[in-house]
Design a protein around this ligand. Structure first.
Ligand SMILES: Cc1cc2nc3c(=O)[nH]c(=O)nc-3n(C[C@H](O)[C@H](O)[C@H](O)COP(=O)(O)OP(=O)(O)OC[C@H]3O[C@@H](n4cnc5c(N)ncnc54)[C@H](O)[C@@H]3O)c2cc1C
Length: 291
């Protein structure tokens, strides 16, 4: 299939991209890696009348660590994957996911911010961003604002980015040395979306009890699901094998997947729970705690 006719504008800077989006109005779309938008246009699921291409905007192509880990709007999945220091400095969850999003060819073009703006319920980054308590930097007509990820991910394929706005970056708060994460994904083959996936981040107190946990699922509902019941169950507790199993069961219960070629509802719910328990065990092992 070929897309419906559209205009194409190449932005020279972030200001230029924003100005064009403001001028062009609601039917203009940002083109980042194009790995979701172009296929959607080819299948005529999306018919923007004009694309504003930000691929040439060097100032949006960065990965920085300044307290938070910040990824600019065209930081590619492959750049995150290559930045091994991200895992070494405690963002183990980010390091894990960067190796399993799609396949190496897609990761070469696809961007983390683009994936979050796309907000596919089967995408990997939305669940990771929820578990890691990320925040988005959005440019609107009143200037820049910071949006917590729970508020940014509104519904399937819908975010808090309004008409004429663009996302500039995503920020992941710095984990301390008692915090670790894990991303667990089951896919039918490399490059497939998750049958189920779990993003987990755990912080421990000095006495080994859980200070806080971020847990979220992909392919488990109409949007990435933050598993608040499992998070609450863990808080303040010693992470024993029984507790980890119970957290997995709570996650399975809170998940709401749909049956499709990848599996039945029962299978996917069970898998989500298993992956949460597995992710918790791996995150704890990274903190030197056997469970
Ligand atoms: C074969 C294949 C397999 C894939 N498998 C997976 C997978 O396993 N897991 C997974 O998570 N994803 C997968 N994807 C999707 C891929 O990761 C995409 O790259 C990602 O979802 C979108 O990122 P992008 O940079 O390509 O965004 P684009 O396709 O350019 O844009 C996506 C949407 O976000 C909007 N947008 C992008 N950037 C901005 C911005 N800065 N501000 C405002 N709006 C913006 C666009 O207008 C568009 O609506 C797969 C894609 C393909 C083609």
């Amino acid at each position: 299939m070929i897309p419906a006719a559209f205009d194409y504008r190449r932005a020279g800077s972030a200001d230029d991209a924003f100005a064009q989006l403001q001028k062009l109005g609601g039917d203009a779309r940002v083109l980042a890696g194009g790995q979701s938008l172009i296929p959607a246009m080819r299948f005529r699921l999306a018919r923007p009348s004009v694309l504003v291409d930000i691929n040439g905007v060097a100032e949006l192509d960065y990965i920085t660590m300044n307290g938070a880990l910040t990824l600019g709007a065209i930081a590619r999945d492959s750049a995150v994957e290559r930045a091994s220091w991200i895992g070494e400095r405690g963002w183990s969850l980010i390091h894990d996911v960067s190796r399993v999003v799609a396949d190496p060819v897609v990761r070469q073009m696809g961007t983390v911010v683009g994936s979050l703006c796309h907000n596919d319920p089967s995408g990997d980054w939305p669940a990771v961003a929820l578990a890691a308590r990320a925040e988005m930097v959005v440019r609107g007509k009143d200037g820049q604002r910071t949006v917590p990820i729970d508020q940014f991910l509104v519904d399937s394929f819908t975010t808090a980015v309004q008409e004429g706005e663009m996302a500039l970056a995503v920020r992941f708060p710095a984990p301390d040395d008692r915090t670790a994460g894990s991303y667990q994904k089951v896919e039918r083959k490399v490059g497939d979306y998750a049958t189920a996936a779990a993003a987990v981040q755990v912080s421990l107190n000095a006495d080994g009890t859980v200070r806080g946990a971020g847990i979220a699922l992909s392919s488990a509902g109409p949007c990435a699901v933050r598993v608040t019941d499992a998070e609450a169950l863990l808080k303040g507790q010693t992470p024993t094998a029984d507790l980890i199993r119970a957290a997995g069961e709570a996650a399975a219960k809170q998940s709401d997947p749909q049956a499709d070629l990848r599996g039945s509802v029962e299978y996917k719910k069970n898998l989500a729970g298993v992956l949460v328990s597995r992710g918790l065990r791996q995150a704890l092992a990274r903190l030197g705690v056997q469970s």
